[in-house]
Ligand binder design. Structure first.
Ligand SMILES: NC(=O)c1ccc[n+]([C@@H]2O[C@H](COP(=O)([O-])OP(=O)(O)OC[C@H]3O[C@@H](n4cnc5c(N)ncnc54)[C@H](O)[C@@H]3O)[C@@H](O)[C@H]2O)c1
Length: 364
């Protein structure tokens, strides 16, 4: 049975797409539909999507190149041009099939097309199922700075089906797992205990997920249900990030700076790898138990030393963070109880100290 969440004026359906999407679509009267995918999700996810939803494979598809480096104005232009060519009107529905990059970029293009058309998120990465697709934050990077241009606008619905994890590369699966860790630390001690338990594996022996009904599929359903519940609770409490929602940025102030910096190198970090390091550093900054998070991170993520030579560049990027105010760097990190928040205003020296702490953690 699918599980339904209500983070706002829309539903998040968790379960087999076949049991959710066709019934939902039958209730609508969209004039036109178009799908947005990247090169990978077009190949790996679209056939599955058509098969499960019964939608015609002739539905127009807009494709953009894959990856964070394409979460840009250039991709938006490509999408808007394709919308123009398809004469997409204001009653059209845009279906975003992909990870956070497709969801954020496609959602932003839909939200601004003719002052906004409806869009649906069909997340295909662990990160987008648990986090990016929910909550209505949309946007793109600008001049290499993450999520600088964007809007808040809720999707018409979100359809999360762990079946898509079957084809997701291991590094991307782990990237999403960082957000699952974040949600556990923010609001679900039982989920955190489960993750910490010896023997917990992100990827079972063969691949991430077999089909619906299999133990791996059901395992992902349980983890996603717990993790999505944390995101949904925060978004319900604070849809426009005036307070508690800032907690979802735990690990992201330092994480985004690392992600932006390494994006321009030959060895970029995934979003989750950057956030994993950010969570260790920000917990260390707060005087919390960074060792506990580091122990879990060390089991699942590769070691990635941060050269002290890049600390000044990282500080510059941290100063660009949207949460900063009155010239001060601001970070939100979990408090001592679930769904409680502490705000930190660290200095440059303190940030450097926590990066040095991270570099000192021995890998297993
Ligand atoms: N809007 C929000 O609230 C929010 C929250 C968290 C993160 N984000 C954003 O999400 C983005 C990261 O998302 P992501 O990690 O999903 O990255 P992504 O969208 O780049 O996807 C990662 C890679 O996996 C491929 N892929 C996706 N699904 C696949 C599948 N099922 N099988 C095979 N390959 C597949 C993609 O083509 C891409 O190469 C960042 O830009 C981040 O800022 C947004």
């Amino acid at each position: 049975m699918p599980h339904t969440f209500r983070p706002g004026d829309y539903s998040v359906f968790l379960g087999n797409l076949q049991d959710t999407f066709p019934a939902w679509l039958r209730e609508r009267a969209d004039s036109q539909m178009c799908l947005l995918a990247d090169e990978n999700t077009r190949l790996h996810c679209l056939p599955h999507f058509f098969e499960k939803t019964g939608l015609s494979p002739n539905t127009p598809v807009i494709e953009i190149p894959a990856g964070e480096q394409h979460k840009t104005l250039a991709s938006c232009e490509l999408i808007w041009q394709a919308m123009l060519d398809a004469r997409l009107d204001r009653q059209a529905l845009v279906i975003n099939i992909g990870g956070g990059v497709i969801g954020d970029t496609g959602g932003f293009c839909a939200a601004t097309w003719k002052r906004g058309v409806d869009f649906v998120q069909v997340p295909t990465t662990l990160l987008s199922m648990t986090d990016a697709a929910i909550g209505g934050k949309l946007g793109i990077d600008f001049q290499g700075i993450k999520n600088t241009i964007g809007v808040f606008r809720n999707p018409a619905a979100v359809f999360a089906d762990p079946d898509f994890l079957q084809t997701l590369p291991e590094r991307e699966l782990l990237s999403g797992f960082a957000e699952v860790i974040k949600h556990a630390l923010i609001g679900d001690p039982a989920l955190w205990q489960r993750i910490c338990a010896t023997g917990f594996q992100v990827r079972p022996a063969r691949h991430a997920c077999d089909g619906p009904g299999s133990p791996s599929y059901n395992g992902w359903l349980e983890i996603l249900r717990a993790s999505i519940a944390v995101k949904v609770k925060i978004v319900q409490d604070d849809p426009f990030e005036k307070g508690l929602r800032a907690l979802l940025n735990f690990g992201h102030t330092i994480g985004h700076a690392l992600e932006s910096y390494f994006m321009k190198t030959d060895d970029p970090l995934t979003h989750g790898e950057a956030i994993a390091i950010g969570m260790i550093c920000e917990t260390a900054l707060s005087g919390g138990d960074a060792e506990a998070i580091a122990a879990v991170i060390r089991r699942h993520f590769p070691n990635r030393p941060i050269p002290p030579a890049i600390f000044p560049a990282l500080w510059d990027l941290i100063q660009q963070d949207k949460k900063n105010a009155a010239g001060k760097v601001r970070m939100a990190i979990p408090g001592s109880e679930p769904f409680r928040m502490q705000l930190l205003e660290p200095t440059r020296e303190e940030v450097e100290q926590c990066l040095i702490f991270y570099n000192g953690i021995k890998s297993v």
